[in-house]
Design a protein around this ligand. Sequence first.
Ligand code: AMP
Length: 479
Amino acid sequence: MKEACGVFGIYAPGRKVANLTFDGLFALQHRGQESAGMAVSDGNTVTVVRDMGLVATVFDERTLSGLQGHLAIGHTRYSTHGASDWDGAQPVYRPVGRAGFALGHNGNLTNTTELAEKVGMFPGSIVSDSDVVAELLAHAFPETEELSAALQAVLPIVEGAFSFVLMNTQKLFGVRDPYGFRPLCLGRLGPADAPEGWVLASESPALSVIGASFVREIAPGELVVIDEEGPRSVSIPWLKEVGPRLCIFEFAYIARPDSKLYGREVHATRCRMGELLAAQAPAEADLVMGVPESGVPAAEGFARASGIPYGQGLVKNRYIGRSFIAPDQQARGDAVRRKLNPLPETVNGKRLVVVDDSIVRGTTQRSVVRMLREAGATEVHLRISSPPWRWPCFYGIDTPSTDELLAANHTIEEITEILGVDSLAYISVENLKAAIGADGGFCDACFTGDYPTALPTSTPVLFRVREKPVAYQAVLPGV
Ligand code: AMP
């Protein structure tokens, strides 16, 4: 149920968009590596292809060449448990209304159980929160023939985090929840005075890779409909007015460094996090290094602000997946060893400042510190460019249970000892916000416990499909 996914959508009359969707999804691979999928429409029929695995595993030239059409949505999915749930792959779809629709979701809903009850889905029959939304929309169709009308009816009762992309045979839709927890932006193909198509994506690099230009972020609470007339906003009767709360951890870790969020380039904000961290928690040392790759920009900033030389003390194997999702502690520790290897000639005899983006369970840091000491480091001063992670996320970031969150169960002194470092400091919430320097509001509940919404009253009982069904291609009938 816990996903930090990537979503993409494109409407480009006269173009074959399956390959562009592939490129967009490939640029969003960091947001989800468990499954990938797309739905493509040629104006009459929507075809959905989705499967477990990376974008380049699910789609090859042959699959893409069979996906004809000018309108598409796509999804990359990342869920916590490492379980292989074929049925959790997206887009989800429903062959209802005049032509059926497909949906891709980034975020987590907080009232899934209540929503499921409304449409008679019982514990054990729920595949995912996204599937429940598809079911709600399908139920809205007897009253309306239009997907945008169904969305206007259903969205106000959906609570929690959602950036949705949706489509039927004719139109593309994008919507963000009123808090705007998860990002979504709009791009344009072709010049402003003669647009050739429109694109929606979780992050702006997915626009650049297909030659689209960034137009703007979709506003929190905004529904955009895109068809031959271009994009237009449709108003949603949200139940209450709330302020924007973009996930602050997007800046610290999730988003690509070349993404722009709240008008800020993420890489630059990470460098500033390092600069402010150097002022907040200085250290006497010979070398500053980052834990590849996510700790590197903040390490650069730390070195610049402290005047301590910057160096590369660890090499990362580029071909390795994430260690975070390995099933147990032993496997996670082994995975860190396979992923990172020290450079003894750089670190031997040195007092090191080691910068990383976050500590969750502490697995990475424990292995890193041991490796660096074995390679000859005389001191290790650990600096973390996000505050102590003490609270679980309910809005779409994968978090282990509170028992496993290191900072939820230990003081900074205890963590210093557990990790075996000479000193440890985390950036303060104030400095993290100052480094980002944006006017918009943030959700920082993982660091502060300040949750903007009511929390789920129960955990939905999910129906798991562990085997891949024989047919994995769904064709929705046209008008
Ligand atoms: P840990 O080793 O359990 O302390 O995890 C911390 C490392 O995992 C961080 O340095 C990040 O690079 C990475 N990380 C943090 N949050 C997540 C997440 N939600 N999903 C995957 N990786 C993460």
